[in-house]
Design a protein around this ligand. Structure first.
Ligand code: FES
Length: 273
């Protein structure tokens, strides 16, 4: 009897969420006394800095190629790109804006719909909610059940596109070992290779990849190869958040290094060739 009354009280003091009662009706914004705001604030700051830098670089349209290095923001370079930057041709020659904008939808869509980044920007930008056990400012919560957020479900298809982009980035890193004088490598090669390896790890640690490799199976015992792959991907997946952040950093470092070399601000540090 007592537990029935307690349950009723809980229901009465709850507000409706997307699927029913979700939050106690308490006066305080939160009962948490720790510095819960630190994580969303740090996410907001670092993420904003990356978006500002990437937007500037994507629209700028200059200093993205320093033979033999091509910035990942411009790869593949399909517009009116500088000589030597378009190994896959220029099917969008005449595109009036920066060539980076032609392919931007794929890496951008992949990251925007990423399960980890959703959590990050829902919390730090939309405060929905800003942290566990902290009320969000809006009275109503509709989740990802309607437009536009229902479109987050296309993540799997961006994952397939990201695989193609990763292959192209790998190609760029390999051909960059061929400088005008033959085989050679410099600091730019090291940066490109590290970046592409980490991009692969981030891409393969994706939740969609985990489902592609091991989902929809009734018996792992009948699919030992897929089980091994799924086990490997699952291990990477536990660090997906870290790889998401690390690759934001390596993308900026790679693009920035190539921009500085291309603009003549610094010279590429050559080890061989
Ligand atoms: S890239 Fe993050 S979940 Fe797919």
């Amino acid at each position: 009897m007592a537990s029935t009354e307690a349950g009723q009280a809980t229901r009465e003091t709850a507000r409706s969420g997307v699927n029913g009662p979700t939050r106690a009706r308490i006066g305080a914004k939160t009962l948490r006394s720790d510095r819960w705001w630190l994580a969303p604030l740090a996410t907001f700051t670092v993420f904003s800095a990356f978006v500002a830098y990437a937007t500037f670089r994507a629209f700028w349209g200059h200093d993205y190629f320093a033979e033999p290095y091509l910035s990942p923001f411009y790869s593949p370079c399909l517009g009116d790109c500088v000589e030597g930057a378009s190994d896959f041709g220029q099917p969008f020659a005449g595109f009036p804006l920066s060539a980076a904008l032609i392919i931007l939808i794929f890496p951008l869509g992949f990251r925007l719909t990423c399960y980890y980044y959703r959590k990050a920007y829902y919390r730090s930008f939309w405060l929905s909610p800003p942290a566990c056990a902290v009320a969000e400012p809006r009275a109503r919560y509709t989740g990802e059940t309607r437009l536009p957020l229902i479109l987050q479900n296309v993540h799997r298809y961006f994952f397939y596109a990201a695989l193609v982009i990763s292959v192209i980035n790998s190609y760029d890193a390999i051909v960059a070992f061929h400088s005008p004088g033959g085989f050679g490598f410099g600091l730019g090669n090291v940066i490109l290779v590290v970046n592409v390896i980490l991009l692969w790890i981030y891409t393969l640690s994706c939740h969609s990849c985990r489902h592609v490799t091991g989902g929809r199976l009734k018996h792992f015992s009948k699919h030992p190869v897929r089980y091994r792959i799924w086990t490997f991907i699952s291990k990477l997946n536990t660090r997906h958040m870290q790889f998401a952040w690390i690759t934001l950093g390596t993308l900026i470092i790679t693009d920035c290094y190539i921009m500085l070399v291309a603009s003549g601000t610094i010279s590429d540090l050559r080890f061989v060739g």
